[in-house]
Design a protein around this ligand. Structure first.
Ligand code: B12
Ligand code: SF4
Ligand code: SF4
Length: 309
């Protein structure tokens, strides 16, 4: 390989990523065992897609047998606003305020792959952002980007946890970075204490109880003991909002497309209640919030009717 890890990382930063590290595509037996344990407990709730490709998730060499190196990236999505900047009492997670992060990160990673191929035409690469059967947080930690906090999200020293993660997996060897081995949560338990549905145990989540799961991934009506969405109509940010690493170290993102769409910012309670499918389609074109579909969003709004006047 003619390219150095240093030059690849420099290019990734130029392409808009804030965090980048490189690690070899080794087995992840401990994390695979953790994943199996998590699935055995049924903590994935109805997310059968988590168990279906478990072997690939737990071992990157099952997913991409020729994998040698992983370039793990993080993109800051903190835009300096919070739920109080939204007009409505209904809450909408900041990660889905703007354009779909999958498209933005994938576009950057494909550009990085093209640039690498200009120098090394035979290199094969696979781009992953969230939806591939790959454990994004595990690779980010191994590549030195940060640690998995007690709320289970990856936290970096310099940006907190408002980071989207992705990988470019390559079939060539590269010089590696050191893993992030510290756990900087210490004795803090702010996220666990603040979670209104008690979805968190230390470093583990019971997704079936998590409002993010309920509002985005769950289909149909809610189980009777898990139907309080605490005003959230899409996702939930509470455990990250209370994290001291975010309070102290968040930095403003330069990515303008993560800013809230004007409707998300300006809609009042009545606008959300009145939303119909045509408006929904226009408003969420090119947004990751499409995942819950119109019926899901409508259900979430109705479920919160006791929270609005
Ligand atoms: C499934 C999933 C969900 C599920 C389950 C969440 C979860 N923590 O797994 C639900 C729908 C609830 C969800 C919600 C959210 N998600 Co999500 N989700 C995923 C997905 C697709 C897979 C994650 C996974 O593998 N889970 C399986 C379990 C086993 O993993 P885990 O919780 O990380 O478990 C580890 C720990 O339990 C650890 N462990 C177990 N015991 C112990 C003990 C100790 C001492 C330690 C240290 C560790 C440890 O081992 C496990 C394996 O490493 C990833 C994308 C991807 N492909 O990786 C995005 C991802 C994790 N999600 C993301 C985001 C942004 C969110 C939300 C913030 C969105 C929102 N605002 O609503 C919330 C956060 C909720 C939360 N507190 O986690 C980002 C997180 C970015 C970051 N900085 O970490 C990811 C990486 C997507 C991306 N590419 O950017 N998500
Ligand atoms: S996203 Fe919300 S419901 Fe889910 S673990 Fe965090 S605080 Fe709890
Ligand atoms: S709130 Fe505290 S315990 Fe939770 S992730 Fe942040 S530092 Fe760790």
């Amino acid at each position: 390989m003619n390219l150095s890890s240093e030059s690849i990382k420099k290019k990734a930063i130029q392409l808009g990523f804030q965090k980048v590290g490189i690690v070899s595509a080794d087995r992840t037996d401990k994390q695979k065992a953790d994943l199996e344990n998590w699935l055995e407990h049924g903590y994935h709730a109805t997310m059968d897609w988590m168990s279906r490709r478990m072997e690939e998730r737990g071992n990157i060499l099952t997913y991409f047998p020729k994998a040698r190196s992983i370039i793990a990236v993080g993109m800051n999505y903190y835009v300096g606003k919070d739920q109080t900047d939204l007009e409505s009492d209904l809450k909408f997670s900041n990660y889905a305020w703007g354009d779909d992060y999958h498209d933005i990160l994938k576009s950057g990673l494909f550009k990085l792959l093209s640039w690498i191929k200009e120098n090394e035409p035979d290199v094969k690469g696979v781009v992953c952002v969230d939806t591939a059967p790959v454990m994004d947080k595990v690779w980010a930690q191994r590549a030195g980007l940060g640690w998995q906090g007690k709320h289970t999200n990856l936290i970096s020293r310099d940006y907190g946890s408002w980071l989207f993660l992705g990988e470019l997996i390559l079939d060539v060897d590269l010089e590696q970075d050191s893993p992030f081995t510290e756990d900087l949560c210490g004795t803090c338990t702010a996220c666990i204490d603040a979670c209104p549905t008690h979805a968190l145990d230390e470093y583990q989540i019971n997704a079936g109880k998590c409002i993010s799961y309920l509002t985005i991934e769950h289909r149909g009506s809610f189980p009777e003991d898990q139907n309080d969405l605490n005003s959230w109509i899409y996702g939930c940010d509470i455990c990250q909002e209370v994290c001291p690493w975010n309070e102290k170290f968040s930095q403003l993102s330069h990515e303008r497309s993560f800013l809230p769409r004007k409707e998300i910012k300006n809609y009042n309670n009545d606008n959300w209640v009145a939303i119909d499918e045509d408006v929904y389609r226009k408003l969420f074109k090119g947004s990751s919030a499409k995942r819950t579909k119109f019926v899901g969003l409508k259900r979430n709004i109705e479920q919160n009717s006791n929270r609005i006047n």
